[in-house]
Design a protein around this ligand. Sequence first.
Ligand SMILES: [Zn+2]
Length: 139
Amino acid sequence: MSSSSSSSCTSGQLNVDNPVCFCGLKASQRTSLTFDNPGRRFYGCINYKRNSCDFFRWRDPEICERGKEYIIELLEQIGHLKKKVIALENEISTTPEDNYTLRKKLTNIENSRMALREEMDRLIAKITLVLAIQQSADC
Ligand SMILES: [Zn+2]
């Protein structure tokens, strides 16, 4: 099962009609992402981490078993898609490096070609000289 099964939830949302918690503050509305209550909205204290206010109230009724299964399936599909996106982003981010490597190889090939061209020019010059000497000797 995916790691989204932990007791995680979406970020809090404050609405005027939210109930008031034990601190006397408007409770925030969040969405549960647990296996038992996937997608089910609830109210909780806005300061539940700092204060020890354990105000908790479900906003939505319990989801039927098929609904839970389906939401979990969808969350897992989202997880797979997120992994794919990350893999594709990594692929894209390595492409400039590959282009750099290719450009470097191309420069090396270009340098080798120029060196070979110079070598060829020197050899042609030598051949031309030898032919000229031979021609003048024949005359
Ligand atoms: Zn509170």
